[in-house]
Design a protein around this ligand. Sequence first.
Ligand SMILES: NC(=O)c1ccc[n+]([C@@H]2O[C@H](COP(=O)([O-])OP(=O)(O)OC[C@H]3O[C@@H](n4cnc5c(N)ncnc54)[C@H](OP(=O)(O)O)[C@@H]3O)[C@@H](O)[C@H]2O)c1
Length: 313
Amino acid sequence: MPLTMTYGRPSPQSAVETVHAALDAGVTLFDTADMYGVGANERLLGRALGGHRDEVTIATKLGIVALPGVGIPVGLNARPERVRKCVEGSLRRLGTDRIDLLYLHRVDPSVPIEETIGAMAELVSEGSVRELGVCEVTAELLERANAVHRLAALQSEWSLFSRDVESGPLQAARRLGLAVVAYSPLGRGMLTGDPGSTTRLSLLDVRRFLPRWRGKNLQRNLDMVEVVRNVADAHSCTPAQVALAWLLNKGHDVVPIPGTSSPRHLRANLAALDVMLTKQDTARLDRLEAHGARARASDARSPCDAVGSQAIS
Ligand SMILES: NC(=O)c1ccc[n+]([C@@H]2O[C@H](COP(=O)([O-])OP(=O)(O)OC[C@H]3O[C@@H](n4cnc5c(N)ncnc54)[C@H](OP(=O)(O)O)[C@@H]3O)[C@@H](O)[C@H]2O)c1
């Protein structure tokens, strides 16, 4: 859920209402990160969950350094001595005594992944963290991380628009028996077909700077969304629901985490569970390919996470 500042800045009230709507609908997984809104996202989630803490799984992340005040990612720091400090901050902001799933948000190339995961594993043995995961890693790094401490999940961008994970990391995650958490499953909103996701973007909306939202790429990508809409029309559902159903079809180990700050969108996204795509639909959707890189070249070390959001799946 882009609760704080990602794709514009939603009102805190609608963000809290969305968390409550999620709880009412039986959602149990909430995804945040220490850099989302530079802690504001974790604070909001902790407050909104209130007495429901024990009914849910809270996933948060560390490793990206964000510019205070603005939340723009400015670097990576996953040094072992920083890991404990990050977790203490997350626990305080979330108002809890444990993190259910702690991800390494991005691998810090200046630190061997074994050292970062080793420091995270210490917190598991102490009880302040329950499970570990990693985001956006290669198959090799996933195996190395898992060799230090058994992981629970790989989180990567995965959608009809972003298929990189399918060439290596997905197979490695399956070999290791990990859950595969698909972030930005709606292509950062574009796959919903909602014109608001491509036009009228606010000055604070990170998508203004992404290659897929620019010039010819944008037009070609919108043409692809028409294919998704076509499939959706045949099922009397929405393009967003088709995008989620396509991921859900990829296996029981796949957990899409659509982000929203709207109770209405939340409920609509959950209804994707009832959409049954045919083999022909899936084959048609499988052929789609987005135009333009999914991140700016300057984000190469932390692809696509020029974002601050919370997801509920
Ligand atoms: N590990 C990582 O590096 C990483 C990186 C990025 C994201 N994530 C996680 O993944 C989550 C989801 O990714 P995301 O938020 O980037 O992208 P996303 O889920 O692909 O798309 C979110 C966008 O779609 C819109 N939307 C959602 N449901 C909609 C619907 N039914 N109809 C129309 N618009 C709809 C949202 O706007 P509204 O608020 O108006 O609904 C928002 O602008 C994030 O919240 C975050 O927790 C992780």
